[in-house]
Design a binder for this molecule. Structure first.
Ligand code: ATP
Length: 134
């Protein structure tokens, strides 16, 4: 059996994942990080993107947005503002959010409104990309 690392993915609302993984990919602010058991300790901010982990031949994917990840040699803890497993993503809702965000980017008349709409677009596109792979 391959060596595994403990994994918890938590949002302010709930525990989304509690399990073990042979390998985890995390969207850090500086780009994607690949974590294997025994990884050196680190803390990174999360961007908007996809978490993918493997265990016993199964690949699990989630869309996450913002927060932090703490990596220890035997445990990875992800504290995300939002996190949805691929099968829990409502594609219709994400498509509507994407359309709305594109309209808002178009209409934005100040940098704050533009930034907010761009972030909403990133969340919607990440959800759509993860849902597509399930
Ligand atoms: P929307 O405009 O559709 O609410 P949003 O990007 O503004 O999208 P968030 O503020 O990121 O939504 O998330 C609010 C809550 O709704 C979180 O709990 C998040 O996990 C959940 N959520 C958002 N979009 C989806 C979706 N398409 N499918 C499932 N859960 C979603």
């Amino acid at each position: 059996m391959a060596e595994t690392i403990e994994l918890e993915i938590v949002t302010p609302e709930r525990m989304v994942v509690k399990g073990r993984a042979e390998e985890i990919q995390i969207p850090g602010r500086g780009g994607y990080l690949g974590i294997l058991p025994g990884h050196a300790p680190l803390i990174t901010e999360l961007a908007v993107g996809e978490i993918e982990y493997k265990n016993a031949g199964t690949v699990t994917r989630l869309s996450v947005a913002w927060g932090f990840a703490e990596v220890l040699p035997e445990k990875v803890t992800i504290l995300a503002e939002t996190a949805e497993l691929a099968e829990d993503i409502d594609v219709e809702r994400a498509n509507a959010a994407r359309e709305r965000a594109l309209e808002n980017i178009h209409k934005a008349d100040n940098p704050g409104a533009y930034e907010e709409a761009s972030q909403a677009l990133s969340r919607a596109e990440s959800r759509l990309a993860v849902a597509k792979q399930k």
